[in-house]
Design a protein around this ligand. Sequence first.
Ligand SMILES: *[C@@H]1O[C@H](CO)[C@@H](O)[C@H](O)[C@H]1NC(C)=O
Ligand SMILES: *[C@@H]1O[C@H](CO)[C@@H](O)[C@H](O)[C@H]1NC(C)=O
Ligand SMILES: *[C@@H]1O[C@H](CO)[C@@H](O)[C@H](O)[C@H]1NC(C)=O
Ligand SMILES: *[C@@H]1O[C@H](CO)[C@@H](O)[C@H](O)[C@H]1NC(C)=O
Length: 415
Amino acid sequence: MARLLVALVCAYLTTTVGASLRLELSRLEAKASSLATVRRAIAPVRWRQGWHVTEYRIGDPPQPVQSIIDVGSGLVWTQSATCHPRCISQDLDCYNPDRSRSAHSVPCDNRTLCAAAHAGRCTGHNAACTIMAKNGAEGIELWDLAGDLGVDVFTFGSEKVTIAFGRMREIKLFKPEILGGASGVIGLGKGPLSLVSQLGHTKFSYCFTEDVNATSHLVIGSSAVLGDGPVTSIPFVVNPSEEPYNTLYYVPLIGLSVGNVRLAIPTAAFNMRRASPWLWTGGTIIDSCIETMFLVDVAYKALRQEVARQMDSSLLPTTSEWPEYCVDRWDVGAVPPLVLHFGDGADLVLPATNYWMPLADDRTCMVVYSSAERNTTLPMNETTVIGSYMQQDMHVLYDIGKGEISFQAAHCSSM
Ligand SMILES: *[C@@H]1O[C@H](CO)[C@@H](O)[C@H](O)[C@H]1NC(C)=O
Ligand SMILES: *[C@@H]1O[C@H](CO)[C@@H](O)[C@H](O)[C@H]1NC(C)=O
Ligand SMILES: *[C@@H]1O[C@H](CO)[C@@H](O)[C@H](O)[C@H]1NC(C)=O
Ligand SMILES: *[C@@H]1O[C@H](CO)[C@@H](O)[C@H](O)[C@H]1NC(C)=O
């Protein structure tokens, strides 16, 4: 079950990195990216302890880092050597700017990279551009992160490019294993400081597998293309302009089917709505940092009812309230596919192995949950999230220029 808990925590991590950091970094000029152009960046991706982690190097001479791929975040960050002992354990040595000839701090009066929103606390011409994020929802402090913005040369294979990124020096999390040994996060959202924006590109692709022995690739730039064969393309929903919603990848989910049975869910249940001047809730986002799927509660209730109806004889009695449904692992072949229906007529078919996960005791369990479970609050408790497990063994292409995301069945462990 530890795996599922981590997945839920990641939901907080994603929204909060987005929310607070992007707030701090608001009013950036759209072209913070003019730092660099690079033809393409290709980085290996491996599965480890709940995350898809990519590897590249920072600095001159280059220092290796391992970063969790997070399409829900608009910032690249890594723990920095000054972090010790206030950071969490990672497998590689921390990035040390003092050992890099190409490392620079970004001063807080740099209007291109540091936020004007931050100027109130800009204490002088050469003061650092401080970034901070905190999650204190309901008095439970889940995590707390602080650092400063720097620039350095990132090396992807043979390509080198100068990137602005967070050098974190203080990270507190309620679960120390939260990063799974990685060094930080690589944000691939739509915001100006995400890796894809800074590289000056509008396309990227990945192909996730949870095969621990396999290496797949994150490809950023024009060489991110799908192969021959059927493709399901879904247009992105236009983002709200407020932070952090402007960095997320929203898709127009309107309904679900279990096998051939269309569930009776009002389409409006999936709509995005403004809950207050700075708060958007609802909608459906694609994420890579959350492993499982969270459905808006009314859709989840319809799903569980239909799954129970169709699967009744094979369902095992459960020992915990979470996950609700399990079958013997040899019975997973009897689980019908889950079909996601999108607004423009596209259907994305998730086979059983993309929404039922092998867990302990030879059980395979449905890893789709209600967004409202576990006392989450707005906006996450009403938002539908399509996590990384649902995207496994699909080659996924984000084409921000064209405004769509495409999925193609693939053997990701051999790509
Ligand atoms: C901000 O910092 C970047 C990176 O060091 C630099 O290229 C840019 O010229 C700076 N902009 C300003 C306005 O100082
Ligand atoms: C990964 O490789 C190890 C060592 O070669 C092997 O024992 C293990 O079964 C492999 N795991 C998978 C999922 O293929
Ligand atoms: C949700 O909140 C209620 C009331 O505060 C509490 O009794 C319950 O244990 C909480 N559930 C979870 C899963 O945290
Ligand atoms: C979501 O949380 C808010 C409080 O933040 C609550 O008012 C609302 O009823 C919750 N929605 C659901 C579907 O539980």
